[in-house]
Ligand binder design. Structure first.
Ligand code: AP5
Length: 255
């Protein structure tokens, strides 16, 4: 794992900004993005590509909860144990727990390198809390990307997904296989299948998305921030579509 990746993960995953070293000095021209879309649509995969191109940190609330679980062996605070139980079943973690975790890491949102939020916000109250925080800190979002794809393709993607237990890189057994089976290309870590990628949890997660997260699409469309992207096709094709939608938007925000 590169030194930079380790530093980013320390800042966001452990809740401390100590040792963070943003690549860009100016706050002005950095990218502040939110990625929306159902579970398995490819947000984490696109985050890896966007992070390399834009120099932003990838801030995933799902990675945050999984890291808290592996670090503590799930013997954390009662709120965290409760959060992890929600997550295993595929349900959303309560807003108050999520916002406490994000607020503890608010320095990541103010970083000069910008940010790429993946999995947050996920409910209207979370979106309103984030918007109020960003407005007060004078940190406008560059844009919000909504990825869209048919359900049957999503289910294929989730059932073949493998994730690196040490750097969270995402693979797929057929469409994005690692060079060596079960081993991460980036850091040599072990690849595992997420417990919430079982069929029962997938259907609960899809329902939670429709009920709680899909309304955010209207919220961000009304703010003039939304870019809807077709997520079918290869990861590189989806990435090219994403950049095609975001670059003109970034020019408008930064000028
Ligand atoms: P989280 O970790 O955020 O999961 P998610 O939103 O369900 O999204 P996924 O990570 O499953 O999918 P993805 O869109 O990133 O797809 P990926 O790139 O991996 O959240 C997990 C849980 O945490 C939630 O259920 C909840 O309990 C809790 N939680 C987190 N945040 C919360 C919040 N804010 N509020 C409340 N609760 C919260 O891709 C999937 C697969 O497809 C991979 O194998 C990949 O290799 C493959 N793939 C990707 N793109 C392509 C492509 N173009 N072509 C072919 N294959 C592809």
């Amino acid at each position: 794992m590169s030194a930079l990746k380790k530093i980013e993960q320390t800042g966001w995953l452990r809740g401390s900004s100590a040792g963070c070293r943003p690549r860009f000095r100016e706050r002005r021209n950095c990218w502040r993005l939110v990625l929306l879309g159902p579970p398995g649509v490819g947000k984490g995969t696109q985050s890896q590509l966007l992070k390399q191109r834009l120099g932003t940190c990838h801030l995933s609330t799902g990675d945050l909860f999984r890291a808290a679980c592996s670090r503590t062996g799930c013997n954390s605070t009662p709120a965290m144990v409760e959060a992890l139980n929600f997550m295993r079943r595929g349900e959303l973690v309560p807003d108050s727990t999520v916002w406490d975790m994000v607020r503890e890491r608010s320095e990541c949102l103010q970083c000069r390198a910008g940010f790429l939020l993946d999995g947050f916000p996920r409910t209207l109250p979370q979106a309103e809390q984030l918007q109020a925080f960003l407005e007060e800190a004078l940190l406008p979002l560059t844009g919000v990307v909504e990825y869209k794809m048919p359900l049957d393709v999503i289910i294929q993607r989730l059932s073949g997904r493998r994730v690196c237990e040490s750097c969270n890189a995402v693979f797929h057994i057929t469409s994005r296989p690692p060079k060596v089976e079960g081993v991460c290309n980036d850091c040599g870590g072990r690849l595992y299948q997420r417990p919430d990628d079982c069929p029962a949890s997938i259907s609960v997660r899809m329902e939670a998305y429709q009920k709680s997260t899909a309304p955010l699409i209207h919220y961000y469309a009304d703010l003039g921030l939304l870019a809807s992207i077709d997520a079918d096709g290869t990861a590189d094709q989806v990435f090219a579509r994403t950049m095609g939608a975001l670059v003109p938007r970034a020019r408008r925000v930064n000028n």
